[in-house]
Ligand binder design. Structure first.
Ligand SMILES: *[C@@H]1O[C@H](CO)[C@@H](O)[C@H](O)[C@H]1NC(C)=O
Ligand SMILES: *[C@@H]1O[C@H](CO)[C@@H](O)[C@H](O)[C@H]1NC(C)=O
Ligand SMILES: *[C@@H]1O[C@H](CO)[C@@H](O)[C@H](O)[C@H]1NC(C)=O
Ligand SMILES: *[C@@H]1O[C@H](CO)[C@@H](O)[C@H](O)[C@H]1NC(C)=O
Ligand SMILES: *[C@@H]1O[C@H](CO)[C@@H](O)[C@H](O)[C@H]1NC(C)=O
Ligand SMILES: *[C@@H]1O[C@H](CO)[C@@H](O)[C@H](O)[C@H]1NC(C)=O
Length: 500
């Protein structure tokens, strides 16, 4: 082939691809007139203060904002009118659609996806006719201020894979359900979120969700649930990867059936009012990534006690563990050190006993946040590592408080070059600060708390922190704090706060 014919062939190919591009851009999706009329009726029923539906004019409804048509048949398949602004963003109220959902919408019989989330339906009922959308795959009515009782007719959407009705929990449980039996009609359901809905009078919620074998994510946060059956005759929903039962009113131990769902990645059980010893079977759930049994909200007192199971080290996917606020009064086994994926270890405000040694951190190379503090005055936990310890991790935040970690200052802190927060409060340090401390500190730390120790020595005459830093040193033996050349910027409840 000579050069000329190659050039000719290239030109021809270029022409061809240009032609194809041109042609596919010209594919006209035609909007069906009946569906266009239905959409205009639907628009008519709504108030739209910010003009979000202003493109809804003219013939070609497939081009209107929020709409998607099937590109072969022209049927509307997707209606996405989610408020673009989150509830805490300025302008959220103005951009919310209000008003009434016209039942003629049902004529969109190929609708596959409906999202009306974050709008404001002013406490009105979820229209029961929505249940007649037989091809709907995705329904999102979350945070849309619907009220009253959920219509059981929603159980007719047998194609539904995603159902999100999550309600604002600060709106005093506007939505409720007396019975959930209708859910069993949703046999394809993979994702269910009924968070913030008052399910307090539903007794058999667990039997109902156990009839949904395809469920992958179950979210029942803040539902006023009280009944958490300890056993189930048979666990059906073994594919579940997330089960969120946080902020409910259970007053029971962790249920036994939970440990048969071996695919679980996440158990957010924070503030669920659970009690009892930490079960050994917890470590059956080997895919677990996040174990949150904390009580951060201080409203539904989780009260787990006892020791961490010896087998904790087998949770090889675990990235975060939080027992914050629990009266865990047993010990932490050394097998903890095998959790090589762990990033967050939060044992704040607990009652652990015994010793934590270097072996407890043996393979924890990814740890970024370490918090261990006690609510007991006895300091029954001893953080005992060698003075030459070179930890395998690079922490960003260390909080150690009300435990025994002295008498020497923990020299290993110097190896932590990514650290920005260092709290060593009331851990019985009675040595002097090492020579490297203040210059190292001024390069890395913007939150420092060494209060309630017996650290001796004097502060340097001048200190220059890289950033604006908070420094708390109250109740140490370092002498008269204000004679050290620093500016005492503020006194907060008797503590001296330097802003350098
Ligand atoms: C038609 O839609 C399908 C599925 O949404 C898409 O994959 C395909 O590229 C579209 N075809 C044209 C010509 O736009
Ligand atoms: C439903 O909408 C909310 C708010 O717009 C969103 O955060 C959530 O992820 C959606 N749910 C699903 C299942 O996509
Ligand atoms: C719901 O489904 C049932 C059983 O398939 C049917 O008898 C009933 O008419 C349906 N209701 C609506 C409103 O579609
Ligand atoms: C398990 O799920 C199937 C399918 O929904 C259902 O027929 C069966 O009754 C369920 N078993 C239990 C014990 O709930
Ligand atoms: C949980 O799993 C164990 C071991 O596989 C099995 O013997 C038991 O019957 C299961 N329990 C339930 C409630 O499914
Ligand atoms: C831990 O607390 C539980 C519940 O208060 C108590 O029954 C148990 O004896 C305590 N165990 C230890 C070792 O203190």
């Amino acid at each position: 082939m000579d050069k000329k014919s190659i050039l000719f062939q290239l030109a021809f190919l270029q022409f061809l691809s240009g032609f194809l591009t041109f042609n596919s851009m010209n594919v006209q999706i035609r909007c069906l007139q009946i569906e266009r009329k239905v959409l205009l009726d639907f628009k008519q029923g709504l108030t739209d203060p910010s003009g979000r539906l202003s493109s809804w004019v003219g013939e070609e409804c497939c081009q209107w904002d929020g709409l998607t048509c099937n590109n072969l048949t022209g049927h509307v398949i997707k209606l996405d009118l989610r408020n673009p602004l989150q509830s805490d963003e300025a302008g959220h109220q103005e951009s919310a659609l209000r008003g009434k959902i016209n039942s003629s919408l049902l004529y969109l019989e190929y609708l596959d996806y409906l999202d009306l989330s974050l709008n404001d339906f002013e406490g009105s009922q979820i229209p029961g006719f929505i249940g007649s959308f037989r091809s709907l795959n995705y329904l999102n009515l979350s945070h849309a201020k619907f009220g009253g009782t959920i219509p059981p007719l929603l159980g007719n959407m047998s194609s539904l894979h995603f159902l999100d009705l999550h309600a604002f929990s600060d709106s005093d449980h506007l939505l409720n359900a007396k019975d959930l039996h209708w859910l069993t009609g949703l046999s394809s359901l993979e994702y269910l979120d009924l968070g913030g809905i008052d399910l307090g009078s539903v007794v058999n919620w667990l039997d109902v969700v156990n009839m949904l074998p395809s469920l992958l994510e179950l979210r029942l946060q803040d539902c006023n649930l009280q009944n958490l059956p300890h056993s189930l005759p048979f666990v059906n929903f073994t594919s579940l990867s997330v089960i969120d039962l946080s902020r409910n009113l259970f007053n029971s131990p962790m249920p036994a059936w939970l440990f048969n769902i071996t695919n679980l990645e996440d158990i957010p059980f924070s503030a669920s009012n659970l009690t009892g010893p930490l079960p050994n079977t917890l470590t059956n759930i080997i895919s677990l990534q996040h174990l949150d049994l904390s009580d951060q909200f201080l409203e539904g007192q989780n009260r787990f006690w006892g020791s961490l199971p010896e087998t904790i080290g087998s949770l090889s996917s675990l990235e975060a563990i939080s027992m914050f606020g629990n009266p865990t009064n047993g010990s932490i086994p050394e097998s903890m050190g095998q959790l090589s994926k762990l990033i967050v270890m939060n044992f704040g405000q607990t009652l652990w006993k015994g010793t934590i040694s270097e072996r407890h951190f043996l393979n924890i190379t990814r740890l970024e946040n370490l918090e261990i503090s006690s609510t007991s005055l006895k300091k029954s936990l001893n953080f005992n590592v060698g003075s030459q310890w070179n930890p395998p991790f690079k922490l960003k935040s260390i909080i150690l408080a009300h435990i025994q970690a002295g008498p020497m200052f923990p020299e290993w802190v110097q190896t932590q070059n990514d650290l920005t927060r260092l709290f060593l409060n009331d851990i019985e340090i009675s040595s002097t600060l090492p020579d490297w401390f203040w210059s190292w500190c001024s390069q890395h730390i913007d939150d420092l708390d060494l209060a309630h120790n017996q650290i001796r020595g004097t502060l340097p005459r001048s200190l220059h922190f890289h950033y604006e830093a908070n420094v708390y040193l109250i109740s140490n033996s370092s002498g008269a704090l204000c004679q050290c050349g620093l500016t005492c910027a503020a006194f907060i409840f008797g503590e001296i706060l330097f802003r350098v």
